[in-house]
Design a protein around this ligand. Structure first.
Ligand code: GDP
Ligand code: IMO
Ligand code: MG
Length: 421
């Protein structure tokens, strides 16, 4: 069986921390989509580590970690990440596996990302500029290069052919990108990647699952950034919901067990696009300050707002979430009241469904208010110690989403996780 952990909002829900914790009970952690646009933060002996491509089970000594076929890999980012992680975790390369079917991000993919975004002006998506969109375009356009290709003799030929195609595309843009400076590091990193354990991910996983190994699939981004169901076109280029696990790892739907869905106790978004519960006032700024809401990959300030139960209910439905995890509960300590959007007014009509057109329609959230509390949640060491008003808030969320909360995270530390009883 394979369990899944994924973000229910616009990313940065705290997936890295929770996977690192849950990894204690799993044998394999597998990334199934996304790429270096992800930034998953965890703390190892008090030291902050941000992972972009390496799965967040890497610090658990018993865990094997697979970068699945659905991921797009920038060899340079991966090599840099390994250089950072290896001194903290000497045996990491013995436990890291890469699917031969994962696609590669080329220097010209990054150049195309930059040129495309620059050409959009005010309508830009706010991409992390890691080359994600162009790499997935080449995948679905059937032009992409895969990890398995780096082992073939004519890799350079294939690379040159694809790069020529990209250069023709780049000529359509005014934006000039000095992508040539990225070529030498790219080839050095490809050389390094040849030394990694490159596997046929789907057979590798199947064999391990047949031998009774427990697998956790680690999502990147969040459900509202899903290419099909997110706030299109302000989304990423992969399926971030639970169905992405089957395509992104080569496992059958019947193998999927528990689906953990993570949400912050409030909501954030980084980059452009609709965000109905965004707070553009001092409360939003206070949330950003209290939650240190700055991007783990780009350092950009994250937009902040109240939790959006309409969007969450949609995300829970799409992935069949079986257990909720609420993170950053401690951040709400000094807010009173605390609000949760329970419906939207769209074109004068109240709805609990996410509208097709979030971009051009005026969406007015309807809120339920909750009283704040006067005790720091970060200091609680058991669910029973949480302030009653926060527990009431949790019950309300559970009832609305018709899904039980399994854990509440009340700080950045690995042990700051309360099991809900
Ligand atoms: P991810 O992309 O989903 O892994 O999340 P990020 O790492 O991008 O962002 C989550 C941030 O919140 C990180 O800085 C975490 O250290 C931090 N974090 C996670 N859980 C908690 C929590 O319960 N409380 C607080 N205060 N911070 C948390
Ligand atoms: P993790 O895994 C938050 C956002 C970008 C942009 C949009 C498209 O850390 O939760 P892309 O680079 O994919 O073309 O960007 O998606 N985005 C994220 N926001 N967390 C992430 O990952 C994100 N990955 C992409 O800001 O709005
Ligand atoms: Mg992140």
């Amino acid at each position: 069986m394979i369990d899944v952990l994924l973000g229910l909002q616009w990313g940065d829900e705290g997936k890295g921390k929770i996977v690192d914790y849950l990894a204690e009970s799993y044998d394999i952690i597998a990334r199934f989509q996304g790429g270096p646009n992800a930034g998953h933060t965890l703390y190892l002996d008090g030291n902050k580590v941000v992972l972009h491509t390496i799965p967040s089970g890497i610090f658990q000594k018993h865990c094997m970690n697979l970068i699945g076929n659905g991921v797009v890999i920038d060899p340079v980012t991966l090599q840099n990440e390994i250089k950072k992680v290896q001194p903290l975790c000497a045996d990491m390369l013995d436990r890291l596996f890469v699917s031969q079917r994962a696609h590669l991000i080329l220097p010209t993919h990054r150049a195309l990302d930059a040129a495309s975004e620059a050409s959009k002006g005010d309508d830009k998506i706010g991409s992390t500029l890691k080359g994600i969109g162009p790499a997935y375009m080449d995948k679905t356009g059937r032009n992409g290069l895969r990890v398995g290709d780096i082992l073939s003799k004519n890799f350079k030929e294939k690379y040159d052919k694809l790069t020529q195609k990209h250069l023709a595309m780049l000529r359509q843009y005014d934006h000039v990108v000095d992508w040539q400076q990225w070529e030498q590091p790219f080839f050095e990193a490809v050389e390094f990647m040849r030394t990694l354990q490159i596997v046929n991910g789907e057979y590798w996983l199947d064999n391990h699952m047949n031998n009774g190994k427990k697998v956790l699939a680690e999502g990147a981004q969040g459900s509202m950034l899903d290419i099909d169901f997110g706030t299109y076109p302000f989304v990423t280029s992969s399926n971030t919901i639970a169905s992405g696990v089957c395509n992104g790892l080569g496992v059958a739907p019947s193998q999927v067990g528990e689906v953990y869905g993570i949400t912050k106790a409030y909501c954030t978004r980084v980059g452009g696009g609709p965000f109905p519960t965004e707070l553009l006032d001092e409360t939003g700024e206070a949330l950003r300050a209290a939650g240190s809401e700055f991007g783990a990959t780009t350092g950009r300030p994250r937009r902040c707002g109240w939790i959006d139960l309409v969007a969450l209910r949609y995300a829970v439905m799409l992935s069949g979430v079986t257990k909720l995890i609420i993170t950053k509960a401690d951040v709400l300590d000094n807010f009173n009241p605390i609000k949760a959007a329970v419906s939207y007014i769209v074109d004068g009509k109240e709805t609990k469904e996410l509208p097709f057109d979030l971009c051009d329609k005026d969406i007015v959230p309807v809120y339920e208010s909750f009283a704040g509390w006067d005790k720091p949640i970060a200091l609680c060491t058991a669910y029973s110690e949480l302030p009653q008003v926060f527990k009431d808030y949790c019950r309300f969320v559970e009832d609305y989403l018709q899904t039980k909360i399994g854990f509440i995270s009340n700080g950045t530390g690995r042990n700051q996780l309360l099991i809900v009883s």
